[in-house]
Design a protein around this ligand. Structure first.
Ligand SMILES: Nc1ncnc2c1ncn2[C@@H]1O[C@H](COP(=O)(O)OP(=O)(O)OP(=O)(O)O)[C@@H](O)[C@H]1O
Ligand SMILES: [Mg+2]
Length: 802
């Protein structure tokens, strides 16, 4: 409990202090300079060394009046005093007791005070003990947070169990405004004071916590900013050292923009971008994006042009030099070049070469580039399914680039190259947009003067480019695209033509590529023909060229081993020394006539093809099964063929309901190649009839034609490709629809002379040529055991379905 005992002191020397409050228990050093203070100090030193210290209200007042000093202060013992050279005195005092002023006197040039001491001892209670431990904890936290106090001394200092002493020690060490400290000094009840200290500590701890968070955040930011600044400055210094000042770079870009020959709009855009670039910190991510963009704008050609060769005779000579044969195609190309010279923007003026692989589509396009003095670039559209591949991605995408068209224009470096779009037929379409729509904009002469790439984002003029497309087949090219093209078909070569091509071009090319000369290596004609017949199986000459190349490489090794004089002549006899055993022995004509096996001619992506078509009968319920990767149209034409057969039972000597107890399986081998189209109709019909009548089909007769339900034969496409294939495979007779007779004009004479062509109008005629012997109306059921079974039975007609 608070002691009521009162103790009074008279005329104690008193000193006003500024800017601080002295607490009991507190050791405080300070400087004394004011005259009155020095006098009071001297008096105290002369006496019992006790002095009363009280804080003045306003620190800036030099000569405070008694009423300008707080009336509660601390009676202190002077521990030490040192006179300084400048006349001031440095003292160290230790607060002893709280005291309240009763009266102040100011005689003899200093303050003296009559004081009443404030007693501090109280009896401890459990509550005060709790309070003490709480405050001690709080203070410990406070010391940890505030960096100005020494942890160990402070913790030692507060290890007291007297609430008055504890509160005074803590109060003395807190960083608080003078008014707050004075208020604590004037709170006489120790428990109340300790409570107040606890409150203050809580607030201060909160403040320090906030401070600390802010500080560490600020510090982190400062560190990062400083680091970046430092690195940037360093980089600049390095660049300067290397002579690549930023300023130069911007100037250089500006100069390039001025001389690039851009249109007004494009130039405006470029200048605008340059301005933005200038404002950006040089190493930032966005400045890289901006620079890349400017680099692209400057890299695509805007006005640079190759000087075109306009002499048609030169063009003719060049085409002739590069390719053997292909006379019709060359003629069309020359006409096309002539028209392009006369008319500025001829409609539908995109050439499109269609044909099997290796027939020279790409190399013809290259040759056109050479013939007209233009640069040559090529992009393959095979598998392109995303519009962005053609037209690019917007610049907002990370890592965006222009599309293929602009990339290739950059590669060409001129505004008028020959631009080959390879494999337009292999383009597909999905949710990412339709690339053929973008391609249309490229190819349409009315649109392509303002082609927009998403990345460049400015109009680009493609109208001076000569576009040439290549494709293996036409039907997968979207019609609107086809409409803009002038289609030139390359069907493939005859054996004679291949021989000539090999002699004139391929051997020379491959020999040179392998570093050999004519002295080292020659091919006799028979050798090449042997190669064509037994090592390749194609419409074009790509594999032929590869085989010749592989012979050349093997010889190169020999030449290196045996010396430059090594010489060899390639003949049919020594080819297998280089290429191993022959690969294609099976020539169609060497086969046997068989029941249910007819020879068809198909037109696929790799050119004309000879395909055997098999029909097989089985005991069953009238199903028609078709296998061999056949398309819908082909399936339907098989059904038409079946219906035709059923309508002619009497002619073929079959019971009317023969089909009810039979399953028919039709298979077209070489299952990997997808086949479609109606042209296999008569072949399937022939195979089925042969299987039913058990009359073998002639294996040297090939056929192609669409069949109707009534047995009429309709015309088909790809006659040239198919006849070339028949010729290649050594077949003797080909049955064709009468309406295809007009196509004869484009068939090479050597093919016509080796093949007997039979033009027919009905299925009956087909069978006449194809079956080994004429039909005999008297023949009975083809499968006697089956016939016996169903004799007399009345079964529900299931019809023929597949
Ligand atoms: N008539 C020809 N005269 C000379 N060389 C030819 C002839 N036809 C093709 N070639 C040569 O055959 C090779 C293959 O031709 P190219 O690459 O042009 O075929 P392609 O028709 O483009 O085939 P793909 O459809 O596979 O692209 C080339 O080296 C080419 O020079
Ligand atoms: Mg090609």
């Amino acid at each position: 409990m608070f002691s009521k005992e009162k103790q009074e002191l008279k005329r104690v020397p008193m000193m006003p202090v500024r800017d601080m409050v002295i607490f009991p228990q507190m050791m405080t050093p300070f400087i004394v300079g004011r005259e009155a203070s020095v006098r009071a100090l001297e008096e105290a030193l002369a006496g019992d060394k006790r002095i009363f210290l009280a804080t003045q209200h306003d620190a800036s007042v030099d000569d405070p009046k008694p009423e300008e000093i707080y009336t509660v202060g601390t009676l202190a013992n002077i521990v030490q005093s040192v006179k300084l050279p400048d006349g001031n005195i440095k003292v160290l005092v230790e607060g002893a007791e709280r005291a309240k002023v009763v009266q102040i006197t100011t005689d003899e040039g200093c303050f003296r005070a009559n004081l009443r001491l404030v007693p501090s001892k109280i009896e401890g209670t459990p509550q005060t003990e709790q309070l003490i431990s709480r405050v001690s904890n709080l203070f410990e936290q406070y010391v940890k947070l505030s960096q100005s106090l020494n942890y160990d001394t402070m913790i030692a200092a507060v290890r007291v169990d007297d609430p008055g002493k504890l509160s005074d020690t803590i109060a003395a060490n807190l960083t608080l405004p003078v008014e707050d400290k004075q208020e604590l000094l004037e709170t006489f009840d120790p428990v109340a004071r300790l409570n107040r200290v606890a409150e203050i500590l809580e607030v201060e701890i909160d403040k320090l916590n906030v401070d600390r968070n802010i500080n560490s955040r600020v510090k982190r930011q400062m560190e990062r900013a400083q680091k970046e600044y430092y690195l940037n400055e360093k980089l600049k210094a390095i660049q300067k050292e290397l002579g690549r000042g930023e300023k130069n770079e911007i100037d250089e870009l500006k100069k390039k923009i001025d001389t690039a020959g851009m249109s007004k709009d494009v130039k405006e855009k470029a200048v605008q971008e340059l301005k933005r670039l200038e404002m950006m910190p040089p190493m930032s991510a966005e400045s890289t994006v901006s620079r890349n963009y400017l680099d692209w704008l400057l890299a695509v050609p805007w006005k640079k042009k190759s000087k075109e060769i306009r002499d048609i005779d030169v063009a003719e000579r060049t085409l002739e030099e590069d390719h053997h044969g292909l006379d019709k195609i060359k003629e069309r190309i020359l006409e096309y070049l002539a028209v392009r010279q006369l008319v500025k923007n001829p409609r539908g003026s995109i050439l499109c070469f269609v044909g099997p692989p290796g027939v020279g589509k790409t190399s013809l396009a290259m040759s056109i580039g050479r013939a007209t003095g233009r640069k040559f670039v090529r992009v393959s559209l095979g598998g392109v399914r995303d519009e962005a591949e053609i037209r690019g991605h917007r610049r907002t995408y990370i890592g965006a680039l222009p599309g293929q068209i602009i990339q290739m224009m950059k590669k060409a470096g001129t505004v008028n190259p020959v631009f080959v779009l390879d494999e337009v037929d292999k383009m597909s379409m999905d949710f990412r947009g339709d690339p053929s729509a973008a391609l249309m904009e490229v190819l349409d002469p009315e649109l392509n003067c303002a082609f927009t790439d998403h990345y460049l984002d400015v109009e680009y003029d493609l109208s001076k480019v000569m576009f040439i497309c290549t494709a293996n087949v036409l039907h997968t090219i979207p019609q609107p695209l086809q409409d803009r093209m002038e289609i030139l078909r390359l069907a493939g070569y005859t054996e004679m033509e291949k021989l000539q091509i090999a002699k004139r071009f391929l051997v020379k090319k491959q020999r040179e590529a392998a570093g050999l000369t004519e002295e080292n290596l020659t091919f006799i004609d028979d050798g090449i023909t042997h190669l064509i017949r037994h090592y390749t199986h194609e419409a074009g000459v790509r594999n032929l060229e590869r085989e010749i190349g592989s012979i050349c490489r093997k010889l190169a090794r020999k030449v290196v081993k045996e010396g430059r004089d090594f010489k060899i002549e390639i003949t049919p006899a020594n080819i297998n020394d280089f290429l191993g055993v022959i690969r294609f022995r099976e020539i169609w004509a060497e086969k046997h006539n068989e029941v249910g096996l007819a020879t068809g001619l198909a037109w696929t992506e790799v050119g004309g093809q000879v395909l055997g078509t098999e029909a097989q009968l089985m005991e069953g319920k009238g199903r028609l099964t078709l296998t061999g990767k056949l398309g819908d149209v082909m399936q339907e034409s098989a059904q038409a063929a079946m219906s035709y057969v059923r309508s002619r039972t009497s002619q073929f000597g079959l019971p009317k309901d023969f089909y009810r107890h039979l399953d028919i399986h039709v298979h077209v081998p070489e299952g990997a190649i997808p086949k479609d189209g109606p042209s296999a109709g008569i072949t399937i019909g022939t195979a089925i009839v042969s299987a039913l009548t058990r009359i073998p089909v002639r294996c040297d007769v090939a056929m192609t034609g669409e069949i109707t339900l009534r047995g009429k034969v309709l015309p088909i496409g790809g006659v040239k490709e198919k006849l070339l294939a028949a010729h290649r495979m050594g077949l003797r007779t080909v049955v064709l629809p009468k309406d295809n007779e007009k196509d004869l004009a484009e068939i090479p004479p050597e093919v016509q002379s080796t093949l007997a062509l039979k033009f027919v109008e009905t299925m009956d005629e087909v069978l006449q040529f194809a079956l080994e012997r004429p039909l005999e109306p008297a023949v009975v059921s083809p499968v006697p055991e089956v016939a016996a079974k169903y004799e007399g039975e009345i079964e529900k007609d299931q019809g023929l379905t597949n």
